[in-house]
Design a protein around this ligand. Sequence first.
Ligand SMILES: NC(=O)c1ccc[n+]([C@@H]2O[C@H](COP(=O)([O-])OP(=O)(O)OC[C@H]3O[C@@H](n4cnc5c(N)ncnc54)[C@H](OP(=O)(O)O)[C@@H]3O)[C@@H](O)[C@H]2O)c1
Length: 268
Amino acid sequence: MKITFLGSGNIAQAIMKGLIANGISVSQITAADPNKAAKDQTGKLGVNITADNQAAVEWADVIVISVKPNVVTEITREIADIINEKLVISVAAGITCQTLQDSLGSTAHVIRCMPNTPAQIQSGITGLFATSIISAEEQKVAEQILGAVGKYIWVKEETELHAVTAISGSGPAYFFYIIEALQKAATQLGLSEDLARLLVIETAIGASKMTLAEETKTAEQLRREVTSPGGTTAAAINILEEGDLVGLMSRAVCSANARSIELAQDIS
Ligand SMILES: NC(=O)c1ccc[n+]([C@@H]2O[C@H](COP(=O)([O-])OP(=O)(O)OC[C@H]3O[C@@H](n4cnc5c(N)ncnc54)[C@H](OP(=O)(O)O)[C@@H]3O)[C@@H](O)[C@H]2O)c1
């Protein structure tokens, strides 16, 4: 399988690194990008580099569109005549399959996906959506590519990608924010920055791993188990409940979901 990335910035490089780590040969990957810095970086990975999108598409079996959303239509128009039935995987936020097929052709083999930034350390999660023309074999190819940077899930309806964007796409920032807030609180209690960082990060990792490992218990059950009445955890949780953390998170996520819908409408 030969894979071309049209646009070789942050997310493309993360996926390329994951593919190489998973045993895909650098000779099977081409990065097409006019940007010198991007070319220098991908060159260091050892993959083929070019600024010629069309030659890169002709060479490949699978095309990953990994440019910013506002450049996608320019690219799809450029490659429309040579794409034929090659699999096209777009990571561009908000660009619908319909928009891709409007310029690539109505029979173009398109998969859309929404990875997230922990893909950079192969700990991402990607939401994928396949158009009806996509075969099981093509789905496997997409799983191999996005699976190189973490886990993946398929959604049945393309519109569900808005919720995926609001939860896992934007989600790392929510957790960074919580880590940031806890670290601040720890230093306010007199702990050093280093100690605060270590305690908070290890606690976040431990709680995440425990939530994953305890398959029969929900996060709520785990929380209740460590919250003894009248204890220290209860004292803290009371304050979070007074501030309606659950309601606040729900509003935040709804707002991200609405913004994703709005941005997609602006682009199309
Ligand atoms: N980063 C993430 O974690 C993440 C997560 C989910 C989805 N995405 C999606 O992934 C896409 C790329 O994001 P990114 O963060 O990787 O962006 P990025 O770092 O800016 O990379 C895009 C690259 O494409 C290049 N480019 C511009 N015009 C081009 C053209 N005509 N042909 C080929 N390459 C061209 C850009 O060069 P210039 O800089 O010179 O324009 C840049 O090097 C976006 O659509 C985004 O929605 C990213």
